[in-house]
Design a protein around this ligand. Structure first.
Ligand code: FE2
Ligand code: FE2
Length: 324
C-alpha cells in the first residue's frame, strides 16, 4: 500500500509526496518515482536507491536501527578503516561489530547478522543471488556517512561494562515489553482468532518464546555474565562440573538460534508483519510491536554473539595459556 511516504534507510529522512521538499524547490504532489535519478536525500545526500516505501512498521524499524547523521562533521574510526578492506571474506557479524551503521543495510535485505553472523559476506550474497559490487557499494556508502558516535565502540570497553549495557539496554526493557506484548497478543487472538487463525499460532509461538527468553536472560545474568566478569578480573572460574566458559557460551548461542527461529516463525505467520485489511488498531499495534521486538533482538543477540562471546572466549583462552 503506497502512503506517499518514502524513507531514507541511511538517515530516516522521509520524503512525503504531500509536502514535497521546499529546500530543494520540489512542490507537493510530485511522486517519489518522478524525482530525477540524480536526486539525493536532502539530509544525508544518499542516492534514490537507498530509499524504500515507508510503512508504519518500516518507519519504526529504521528509526531504531539507523545511526542518525548529525550536523557535526565527525567521522567514525570504523568508517575510516572500513573502506578498502576485503569485505567479502569477512563474517557479516564482525562487519556490524566494527561498524553498527551497516546493520541498516543488512536489515533491509533481511540478512541475518546475529545468529548467522559467522557466514562471510560472500556466502550470504551468493545464497541470495545478490551482485557483490552493488552491495559492497551500498555498505561503503553507509559506512562513509558521518555519525554522532552515540554508539560506543563495544570492542573497546571492558566486558563488565558491555554486560551491564546489555542488561540495562536490552534485558530490562525486554522483560517489560514481553509482558505488554503477551496481553496484546492474547487480546488480538481472542478477538480475531476466528477470522485470522494465524494469530492463534502467533500467540502459541510467542508464549514459548517469552518463557524461553526470560529463562535465557536469567541464566546470562546469574551465571554467564558474572563468570565473564570473573574471567576479566583474572579469577579462576568453573561452570557446572568444573567446565570452562566455552560450555555456557555454546548453550547461550544455541538458545539464541531457538529465539531467532521463533521470531522468524512469527514474521512468516504475520506475512512480514503486514496488517490484514480488517485489522483494528490493536492488531496493528501488535504487529508493529512484534517487528520492533525482532529488530531489538537482532541488536541484542548481535552484541552477545559477535562481540561479547568472542571477546570472552579469547580472554579465557589466553588466561588458560598463561596458567598452563
Ligand atoms: Fe542477553
Ligand atoms: Fe543471550
Amino acid at each position: 500500500m503506497n502512503n506517499g511516504k518514502t524513507i531514507c534507510t541511511v538517515c530516516n529522512y522521509i520524503f512525503d509526496e504531500q509536502l514535497g521538499e521546499p529546500r530543494q524547490g520540489i512542490s507537493p504532489a510530485l511522486a517519489f518515482g518522478e524525482l530525477p535519478d540524480t536526486w539525493t536525500c536532502p539530509e544525508c545526500n544518499s542516492s534514490k536507491d537507498m530509499f524504500q516505501p515507508c510503512s508504519c512498521v518500516s518507519l519504526h524499524v529504521y528509526e531504531m536501527s539507523c545511526v542518525r547523521p548529525t550536523k557535526d562533521k565527525t567521522t567514525t574510526a570504523a568508517a575510516e578503516t572500513f573502506v578498502g578492506a576485503d569485505l567479502l571474506k569477512q563474517p557479516v557479524g564482525q562487519l556490524v561489530a566494527r561498524d553498527p551503521k551497516l546493520a541498516c543495510v543488512f536489515e533491509q535485505y533481511e540478512i541475518d547478522y546475529c545468529c548467522g553472523g559467522k557466514s562471510t559476506l560472500e556466502e550470504v550474497l551468493s545464497k541470495l543471488n545478490l551482485p557483490p559490487e552493488e552491495f559492497l557499494q551500498k555498505l561503503k556508502n553507509v559506512s562513509a556517512k558521518r555519525t554522532d558516535e552515540c554508539e560506543k565502540d563495544w570492542n573497546k570497553v571492558s566486558l563488565k561494562e558491555l554486560t551491564e549495557h546489555i542488561v540495562e539496554a536490552y534485558h530490562v526493557p525486554l522483560r517489560t515489553e514481553l509482558a505488554r506484548l503477551q496481553k496484546l497478543v492474547n487480546k488480538v487472538s481472542a478477538v480475531h482468532g476466528k477470522a485470522h487463525p494465524e494469530v492463534m499460532q502467533i500467540e502459541s509461538v510467542f508464549r514459548s518464546f517469552k518463557e524461553d527468553i526470560e529463562l535465557h536472560m536469567q541464566k546470562e545474568e546469574m551465571i554467564l555474565f558474572p563468570g565473564i566478569a570473573n574471567v576479566e578480573a583474572g579469577r579462576q572460574t568453573t561452570f557446572g562440573c568444573g567446565g570452562s566458559i566455552d560450555h555456557p557460551i555454546e548453550m547461550m548461542t544455541q538458545e539464541h538460534e531457538g529465539a531467532a527461529d521463533a521470531l522468524e516463525k512469527m514474521r512468516t505467520l504475520s506475512n512480514n508483519y503486514t496488517p490484514p485489511n480488517d485489522a483494528c488498531d490493536t492488531f496493528r499495534v501488535m504487529l508493529h510491536s512484534l517487528a520492533s521486538l525482532e529488530l531489538d533482538m537482532h541488536q541484542h543477540v548481535h552484541k552477545e554473539n559477535n562481540i561479547l562471546f568472542p571477546r570472552a572466549l579469547s580472554m579465557a583462552k589466553s588466561q588458560h595459556q598463561r596458567c598452563s
